[in-house]
Design a binder for this molecule. Structure first.
Ligand code: BGC
Length: 358
């Protein structure tokens, strides 16, 4: 009898517990249309802590910076974003050519359907815990003639920053990818334009992280030409690294007529080869320390025509050299010519993945 009562008590307890679970469960689910993200901070954020959130990441190259998504082979799929999160990466950088999605004359309105597409990718990534660096890629007109197209850049950022002002702090803005052309050898013009765009962004996004890099295609040795507004502490300084260029860009059609003659260039990881990289990074770090700015390597990678073992050695050395110095990074890129992911086979390229995520 005692055993029976005990048995009934256990059965009843389990039944009640599952019944409680069932009745409370629906209340715990947020309504489907509820915004799932935290609002952006209402006070300044620590740029070093925020930079650490970029951590190890990937560029979604060749997708949204093509004239139309898919033109250069890759359409971003939600599964790709999931795969990036599952592999343990912390962030994505989203190269976007905004000028081809906006009017080319005032008021330079950005296409609302395109905004929706970007929203979807950004929100999918954020929901998976990835930090997102939203950039402004291939603004050729501006690089050719900054004065003439200044208002276009400002109008783009006024719209983009207004559009995303309620998004969480894990969305970062990058004002312009690789300023070059007329900006080269004229850092003052770039510094002023970056300040003007930043001032506009700050009207609606007072503490959002904004990424700014130097002239000459974000060259590491041009970092000292950056003149960031002293009072704004929510900034991250960025640079790109593709040296030795004959190794990383061997056989790359866009790298000039000589690129085919570089085919077969290895990177063996000799002490001198390694030192060339770490010396450049140490110089950048010295600048960053002097100015109390966090550093972010927004792009680095070796093209698929280089041999796999050299690519592995170089990528591993660059990534580890960053990590030792507190430099966050996003590899160039996910699934195209430098890709760490094989989209035909739907799988990671093991050597490159190991170099990035040892
Ligand atoms: C360019 C890409 C190029 C990559 C490596 C990026 O900044 O936008 O088109 O493939 O650099 O050269």
């Amino acid at each position: 009898m005692f055993k029976f009562i005990l048995y009934m008590l256990v059965v009843l307890t389990i039944a009640c517990a599952s019944c409680r679970q069932k009745t409370t469960e629906p209340e715990q689910q947020p309504p489907e249309d509820e915004w799932p993200f935290d609002p952006p901070s209402t006070e300044p954020l620590d740029a070093f802590e925020m930079n650490a959130k970029i951590g190890r990441g990937l560029n979604f190259g060749n997708a949204l910076e093509a004239p139309a998504e898919g033109d250069w082979g890759i359409v971003i799929r939600d599964e790709y974003i999931q795969a990036i999160a599952d592999a343990g990466f912390n962030s994505i950088r989203l190269p976007i050519t905004w000028p081809t999605r906006s009017q080319s004359t005032a008021p330079f309105t950005i296409d609302s359907q395109f905004f929706q597409r970007v929203d979807h990718i950004v929100e999918t990534a954020l929901a998976l815990g990835l930090t997102v660096v939203l950039n402004n890629h291939h603004f050729d007109e501006l690089n050719e003639n900054p004065q003439e197209h200044r208002n276009w850049l400002l109008a783009l950022w006024e719209q983009i920053s207004g559009h995303y002002s309620d998004y969480p702090d894990e969305l970062f803005f990058e004002i312009l990818n690789e300023p070059h052309g007329a900006f080269n050898n004229n850092a003052a013009i770039w510094n002023q334009l970056a300040r003007d765009a930043l001032a506009l962004i700050r009207k609606t996004n007072p503490y959002r992280m904004v990424v700014i890099g130097p002239i000459s295609w974000n060259a590491i040795d041009r970092i000292p030409t950056l003149d960031l507004p002293e009072e704004d502490r929510c900034l991250i300084a960025t640079f790109h690294y593709y040296s030795p260029f004959q190794f990383t860009h061997q056989g790359a059609s866009w790298a000039g007529d000589d690129a085919n003659s570089w085919l077969g260039t290895p990177w063996m990881g000799s002490p001198n080869e390694r030192k060339a990289i770490t010396d450049a990074f140490d110089t950048a770090v010295a600048w960053a320390q002097q100015h109390t700015r966090p550093l972010y390597l927004g792009e680095f990678g070796a093209y698929e025509k280089a041999d796999d073992n050299s690519r592995y050695r170089w990528t591993d050395h660059v990534a580890r050299s960053c990590e030792k110095r507190g430099i966050s990074w996003t590899y160039w890129e996910f699934g195209a010519g430098f890709g760490v992911y094989d989209r035909d086979k739907n799988e990671w390229r093991p050597l490159l993945l190991k170099a990035l995520m040892p």
